[in-house]
Design a protein around this ligand. Sequence first.
Ligand code: CMP
Length: 399
Amino acid sequence: MMSKFEIPEGLKELLQGYTVEVLRRRPTNLAEFAVQHFTQVLESQRNEQAAESQTTGPAEEEEEEDAFETASNPSISDDDEDEEEERSIVKASADRCSRRVAVCAEAYNPDEDEDNDTEPQVVHPKTDEQRKRLQDACKDILIFKTLAKEQFSEVLDAMFEVLVKPEEHIIDQGDDGDNFYVIEKGVFDIYVQKDGANICVGKYNNKGSFGELALMYNTPRAATIVAKQDGALWALDRATFHRLIVKNNAKKRRMYEAFIECVPLLKSLELSERMKIVDVLGVRTFNDGERIITQGDKADCFFIVESGEVKIMIKSKKAGQLDGVEIEVARCSRGQYFGELALVTNKPRAASVYAVGDTKCLVIDIQAFERLLGPCMDIMKRNISQYKDQLMALFGDIE
Ligand code: CMP
């Protein structure tokens, strides 16, 4: 007899299949999506049973396995190839799903999401001077960095200016999400409730953005944001954020999930945690020799090398002063990370970093780093403790 707590065979796979689909398609109503998903699963099981009663040649089965491999492991490629790849991924998935939805982590094609495409385009007219200020404020916003030019331009069209006063609450934890905000100027404190008290967990200092979480995941606001002085923000409404950013995130997940899963640092994270990193990351490319990080600067982001290589250079010290001679201390290539030290120690950048050849990096901002990479902190701290040994070997005595 089955014990009361025995897990029925197939339950894990069934729930995993549903979870993968939720992560990929991010439905607004989980229950409604569950009904659709499991109905499809049931139908496909019935189809499969019917098909099994007929004869299926082994060659055909093999071909289908290949299609599935391609569907679940999209490689990273340039935009045009992407579109092509997306079409073939979706086709491969669709073909296969018509028979085997139960095991198919079907690729979501946001281009077929009619709900998204019928949303009217929002335009807030701006003066040239306003548009210039807006462009400046948005140029380093990571979640805009993977948008195509036209999408970015639509985002800018839809944004509107919000002027704020000291102590004004821009967002209150627990509220529904209305807008996403980009900071043009001003200092903003971040409060998160812990054991009934509001704890200040960080601040935005004249740059950055906030308010994406509630809109991306349909959750209540996760923090309270309070202006500390007169400030200027640019807001993007929820519907446009969904139509452009969330849609782009589905594409980003497909592009980066395979790579992110191979990054050793992130191995200890759950799949859903890794996907949240993909949602907020930006992509930056650097030419050979270009400086990515400058020693002594204030740190605001963290990097993972996607392609190419970087070299880490430290200026040697004479009598406590930097003497300007840079010495190479390490290199990082695909899958390796850099830029964490200053974020972990809260100190200025301890080294400069340069691209070796054309290099592409995934970039995560400090707030997302603190929010999402906590579980990897032990690994980073362990590696950081080795830096000191490296420097001792190179420079002798160090502070
Ligand atoms: P959202 O939950 O929509 O609204 C509050 C925002 O605060 C949140 O999105 C993030 O953009 C931002 N934020 C910054 N730091 C944190 C943090 N530690 N936890 C949660 N949200 C944070």
